[in-house]
Design a protein around this ligand. Structure first.
Ligand code: FES
Length: 98
């Protein structure tokens, strides 16, 4: 069986840092909840914005903010690095600040 490609997601939370190895294309919120990280969420469909996090995403490490994210968070917040983790699929290494 072929091994799936994984990427490193660094999660900074409460003065700690956790490194997750997640499969490329994995949903970020799901990856963080599976690892028992303290991420709040409610709808998982991009509506409530509870899962909003500041992130540092190198080019190509995630798809650009979706229409839903831009609508819910506003253009400026998206430009400042805020994303909805339930709407983000990991494509490469990135850092999340909880
Ligand atoms: S959990 Fe509601 S927007 Fe992500």
């Amino acid at each position: 069986m072929e091994a799936k490609e994984t990427v490193e997601v660094r999660v900074v939370h409460g003065g700690q840092e956790t490194i997750l190895r997640v499969e490329k294309g994995a949903n970020l919120l799901l990856a963080m909840t599976k690892a028992n990280l303290p991420i709040d969420f409610m709808c998982t469909t991009g509506k409530c914005t509870t899962c909003r996090c500041k992130m540092s995403i190198p080019p190509g490490s995630a798809s650009p903010a979706s229409e839903t994210e831009v609508y819910r968070l506003g253009q400026q917040a998206c430009q400042e690095g805020y994303r909805l983790s339930c709407q983000l699929y990991v494509q490469g290494p990135l850092t999340v600040y909880l």
